[in-house]
Design a protein. Structure first.
Length: 129
């Protein structure tokens, strides 16, 4: 296994851009698919059977651990699940029901629905306005 390219950095955030830079596009997509919408604790050295290692491979797990070990990160949702959350919101489901159907936390539902794009959708006039 090669040495991690990232040193531990307290100010590094688990944003989509940072995770893609750290893990590559394929590794980040695998992380989002497996853990998106959840808070994930990053151990100092995930073993070969750790769920993170299984999801993104040993090299990716080492990179993630080098950058975030000892912290819990909020893994971004994949775009498909964000779209599902918006669709379920348009259908009038409660936040808890949306979270259950989208496989994420209620917090992620609120976060997804509070984006500027979604707020602009909410301000659009409806048939009854």
């Amino acid at each position: 296994m090669s040495a991690p390219i990232v040193e531990r950095y307290e100010g590094l955030e688990a944003t989509r851009a940072n995770l893609e830079r750290l893990l590559g596009a394929a590794g980040a997509r695998a992380l989002y698919a497996r853990f998106g919408g959840r808070r994930l604790y990053i151990p100092r050295s995930p073993g070969e059977h750790h769920p993170i290692t299984v999801a993104i491979g040993e090299a990716g797990a080492a990179q993630l651990a080098a950058a975030f070990h000892g912290a819990a990160i909020d893994v971004p949702l994949p775009p498909q699940r964000q779209a599902l959350i918006r669709q379920l919101d348009d259908e009038g489901l409660s936040r808890a029901d949306i979270a259950a159907k989208a496989g994420c936390t209620v917090r992620w539902v609120y976060k997804t629905l509070s984006t500027p794009e979604n707020e602009a959708r909410a301000r659009e006039p409806t048939l009854f306005d």
